[in-house]
Write a protein that binds this ligand. Structure first.
Ligand code: ATP
Length: 304
């Protein structure tokens, strides 16, 4: 891993994610759910800068900055503390998050910041950690954190943290409609449990059709294969998201899906022109706060 200049800060750029497939199993005895999570990193980025400081502190800039906790519960701060503890050093850094990933939007923004802070601190402190050691800390911090480090496309099993990189070809065009307000991921899983109570929830599995569509770079095939088992729960908690999904489809999207636990909605489109058109129509419809165009796959966390 490259070292930052002595005395200077280290900045890491990290992508958001969308789920090409989110297959959710029944709740386990520990309350977590087994998943088959086909992650795709998309080109919306946070930038996390760490600089030596007297004591650990977090600042955040960007339109959603007011929604981000700046205390020890911030996932980026937790990542710095975890890495420092592992190496017996004091986590005295100023962490600045330039936030462009929607907060509580089902795009793994907090997880992205954790992975970015971990890589930035590891570079700043020159700990000599291996990739596997960093991935192990990521998995302790949260189910989506390892993927934020790795990027590209990957299948996550277990709670989503056990990653297998997936082959992917070409570029997929996406539009993301950012909703007003967030949705709590635990609340969405709780609603999933309520809606599926008494039913036979199948074991989660990645669909061969999704994997083939990614492997062959076939957006039309991916559109047919996109699924999210949390969508019904997110729509149950936020019924108005159905309007956003409908607007995106009538604007020409190939497919529309709730992103992760929502409330961001994701639209797969054919090309750049279709993306701009769908984003304009989504914004004009008044069914979302903003609409963002992004490409996938994007690289994982990397020092800039
Ligand atoms: P996921 O897709 O992984 O379920 P999400 O995208 O829905 O997550 P986040 O943006 O990660 O949601 O934020 C979820 C909550 O985590 C926020 O409401 C906030 O209180 C907390 N949080 C902690 N650290 C951060 C961070 N660095 N950035 C954003 N939120 C953070």
């Amino acid at each position: 891993m490259s070292a930052g200049r002595p005395g200077s800060g280290v900045t890491v750029r990290v992508p958001a994610k969308v789920n090409a497939q989110l297959s959710v199993g029944a709740p386990r005895p520990d309350g977590f759910h087994d998943l088959a999570n086909v992650f795709l990193a998309v080109g919306l980025y946070d930038e996390v800068t760490v600089t030596p400081a007297e004591t650990l502190r977090v600042t955040c800039s960007g339109p959603d900055a007011g929604l981000v906790p700046l205390d020890g519960t911030n996932l980026a701060a937790r990542a710095a503390v975890a890495l420092a503890a592992r190496h017996g050093i004091s986590p005295d850094v100023h962490i600045h998050i330039a936030k462009d990933i929607p907060v509580a939007g089902g795009m793994a923004g907090g997880s992205a910041d954790a992975a970015a802070a971990l890589l930035a601190c590891d570079t700043l402190w020159a700990t000599g950690s291996t990739r596997d050691e960093l991935l192990a800390i990521c998995a302790e911090l949260g189910s989506d954190v390892p993927f934020s480090l790795v990027g590209g496309a990957a299948l996550g099993t277990g709670r989503g943290e056990r990653l297998t990189p997936l082959p992917i070809r070409g570029t997929f065009h996406w539009v993301f409609a950012v909703a007003d307000g967030g949705l709590s991921t635990p609340a969405v899983y709780g609603e999933f449990d309520r809606l599926t109570a008494g039913t036979d929830v199948p074991a989660p599995a990645a669909g061969e059709d999704v994997l083939r569509a990614l492997r062959t770079g076939d957006a039309g095939a991916l559109a047919v294969a996109l699924t999210n088992d949390l969508q019904a729960a997110a729509l149950s908690l936020r019924p108005e998201l159905a309007d956003t999904l409908a607007v995106g489809m009538s604007a020409g999207a190939l497919a529309a899906v709730v992103s992760g636990s929502g409330p961001t909605t994701a639209f797969l489109v054919a090309d750049r022109w279709s993306a701009e058109k769908a984003a304009d129509e989504l914004l004009m419809s008044g069914t979302c706060r903003s609409a963002r165009v992004a490409l996938a796959p994007a690289p994982g966390a990397s020092v800039v």
